[in-house]
Design a protein around this ligand. Sequence first.
Ligand code: C2O
Ligand code: CU
Length: 471
Amino acid sequence: MVKRRSFLAASVASAGLMIAAPFWRLAAQNDDGFFDLEAGPARASLLGTEGPPTALWAYGGSSPGPVIRARQGEPVQVRLRNNLPEPTSTHWHGIRIANAMDGVPGLTQEVVPPGGSFDYSFIAPDAGTYWYHSHNKSWEQMARGLYGPLIIEEHDPLPADREMLLVIDDWRLGEDGQVHAESFGSLRDWSHGGRLGNWLTINGASAPQLEVKRGERLRLRLINCANARIVTLKLDQLAPLVIALDGQPLPEVREIGFSGRLTLAPAQRADLLLDVFLEPGDRVQILEVTGQEGVEIGSFLCNGVAADGMAGREMPRLPTNNLPRPDLSDPLKLDLVMEGGAMGAMRSAVFDGRELSIRELVAEGQVWALNGVAGMTDIPLARIQRGRSVVLEFDNQTAWPHAMHIHGHHFRVMARNGQPVDNGAWRDTELVAANEKVTVAFVADNPGKWLIHCHMLEHQAAGMKTWFQVT
Ligand code: C2O
Ligand code: CU
């Protein structure tokens, strides 16, 4: 089924053509101040000139959906209207949000039925690069295109000439260029690496050519919206600095260097600062690398010189967000043993209150477990007193990497396999390699019911999720 090579060969062949990325639209605002966000059927030319339009489910008629931009600390109001043939909800990924606005059906709200609507209204306490996406049957709804960027602006904008969004997705398309629906729910995907695609897009376009000018300083905001693909990018001959991950400014900026690589697990974001020193006419590739091989998924084309560009000036620093620092003297310690999947050792797990054998679990579509439990239960992983510092260890006893996401909180990465991580980043989603242990710490300061799950959406659907309650 996977025809990634031939599909991508087609995209490389067309890369010399100008394929314009869709024009970024800001979400429209109603008179009452609400952004209007309609989830419904749409069409997009994911294949560019190579093929027919692809039928999608999308926000505001395009995938990625319209950009929602707001100022740090100011209210964000969004009216979700559901024109899909099935129920949906919207989650504001990475926002330390009020619980009732978190968009998780069955935990924080009811699903929004077809024809229904839901008003989301929240304050975004942190500036940075975030995103919104469906949180109902997300393994299907997101694979069909239901996501978009959510940008929270700093009070003082970072000095840069321009901002550029690079929203990456990994679609699985059939021969007909349509979203491959027959493989939704495939047990193979659910028990292996998730739904990997065969058609990579940036901003909904195949191999777009992004225009830059010599002397410009760009702030790039990258978002990996793929269901399951861990995307490693190689930005040839450019040497951007990583200034933020998952929306949160890094304690120290990192170079990725001229031949450096940047890995984004599903749901992860990176903010980069890029000074353009290309010559007009230069075109450099954006490569997606697996192993030694790279495939072009887009490129930067230098098409002129910026009159008074900021490139080469002193590097600005992003102001840090006001995240609570965990007190490590006497934290609540939580272990999260991750089990299951193909080539795993799991023999049984609790599902729906009963201990099931692996065969019975498979019949329920469940193949992963956290602390011996597949999927959701009435009893949270932990009830935590508000303000308590938590040290949580993700203990991946599976043969697969997982992109572990905690709702409502950012956490600091403290150690990998017991080795302290110097100056670990604040993240909301962290990649935990096969057989790896990753220790994170955070202050459980946000009251409510919060999910922890793998952001490989098939793993989430097949059991790798739990929740905790802050009271
Ligand atoms: Cu981005 Cu629970 O998800
Ligand atoms: Cu996973």
